[in-house]
Design a protein around this ligand. Structure first.
Ligand SMILES: *Cc1c(COP(=O)(O)O)cnc(C)c1O
Length: 342
């Protein structure tokens, strides 16, 4: 049975071009710095981010953790969104493994952190307090794109307040495509950025952490400590190169498909599209209780996977392995279920 999977863009599988590149990759021991394909990926990633250097790591979670541990010492604090991945969805790694205290504040509706609210939680230099060291932003934040104006203001703010600035840019490529700017332009105010290769960009594994030469040199030690030093990793990096070189431009098609899906779903009785629109490649829907009660199980029987609702809300994620035909099948099945539930 065909599996139509809207749970996440992490479900994308390497295509034939990637698999061929992986087979043909020239490899070496990357812990010795000997893997030419990893070195090439890191060079390309640094260029894409407009930073001096980059480090290939197994996951976005490790990438963010290495970033935080490189910037912050034991007893430092990072300011972060209450629902941010680096705070809520990374098993508390910064606190547990980094001895870095999180200071979460609530995201604004547009996915930004209000800089006045950030300012209010920065602690004075006093023995009672952790040292406020770093501000961590997320772009896209649940699909929402931070404006260039906001990023510029955040950069100036961080500089003025003496905070380092890290971007969890798991989906920063989606933001760049949506705004029609380069990833480097988005990264410009930041000291470091983490980019996922294994989500919408389609690579099977991996993220890249980008920053200054000196930052990456220190980050490499943390990567080793956290178990992220890989050997013939060129096999994976080869897929990452295609992710960065060929698969960014096709994200526009994912955004178009998400927009069309949102428009179509908005016409279904019993379904509300939150915000009335898709955000880059994501949309969030709310269903009537009679429909939502068993919606994930009902769809699964038809070969369609979605996450069960959280607080009545379902996140749908569009990606390169969802063709227009697959999305039409999803829409037709859901519309049938909605009619039955009405
Ligand atoms: C997925 C994700 C990560 C972590 O990536 P993994 O490779 O799954 O560890 C970090 N931040 C955001 C915003 C993400 O969506």
């Amino acid at each position: 049975m065909t599996i139509i999977d809207l749970r996440s863009d992490t479900v994308t599988r390497p295509n034939e071009q990637m698999l061929m590149a992986m087979i043909e990759a020239e490899v070496g021991d990357d812990v010795y710095g000997d893997d030419p394909t990893v070195n090439r990926l890191q060079k390309i990633a640094a260029e894409v981010a407009g930073m001096e250097a980059a480090l290939f790591v197994p996951s976005g979670t490790q990438s963010n953790l290495i970033g935080l541990m490189t910037h912050c010492q034991r007893g430092d604090e990072y300011i972060v969104g209450q629902d941010a991945h680096t705070y809520k969805y990374e098993a508390g790694g910064a606190a547990v493994l980094g001895s870095i205290q999180p200071q979460p504040i609530v995201f604004e509706a547009d996915g930004s952190l209000d800089l006045d609210k950030v300012k209010a939680v920065i602690k004075p230099d006093d023995a009672h307090f952790a040292r406020s060291r770093l501000l961590c932003l997320e772009n896209t934040q649940s699909g929402k794109v931070l404006s260039m104006r906001y990023l510029k203001a955040a950069g100036e703010f961080a500089q003025k307040e003496g905070l380092l600035l890290h971007l969890d840019g798991a989906r920063v490529a989606h933001a760049a495509v949506e705004l029609n700017v380069s990833i480097a332009e988005i990264c410009q105010p930041f000291d470091s950025v983490s980019i996922c290769l294994s989500k919408g960009l389609g690579a099977p594994v991996g993220s890249v952490l980008c920053g200054s030469e000196n930052f990456i040199k220190q980050a490499k030690r943390w990567r080793k400590m956290l178990g992220g030093g890989m050997r013939q990793a060129g096999i994976l990096a080869a897929a990452g190169i295609i992710a960065l070189q060929d698969n960014i431009k096709t994200l526009a098609d994912d955004h178009r498909k998400a927009d069309e899906l949102a428009d179509n779903l908005a016409n279904l009785k019993g379904i509300t599209v939150l915000g009335g629109q898709a955000y880059t490649n994501m949309l969030f829907i709310q269903c009537e209780p009679t429909l939502s009660v068993s919606i994930a199980d009902d769809l699964k029987k038809k070969g369609i996977l979605i996450n069960a609702p959280t607080n009545g809300v379902i996140r749908l994620v569009v990606h390169r392995d969802l063709s227009d035909l697959y999305l039409k099948i999803f829409f037709d099945v859901l519309s049938e279920l909605a009619q039955k539930a009405a």
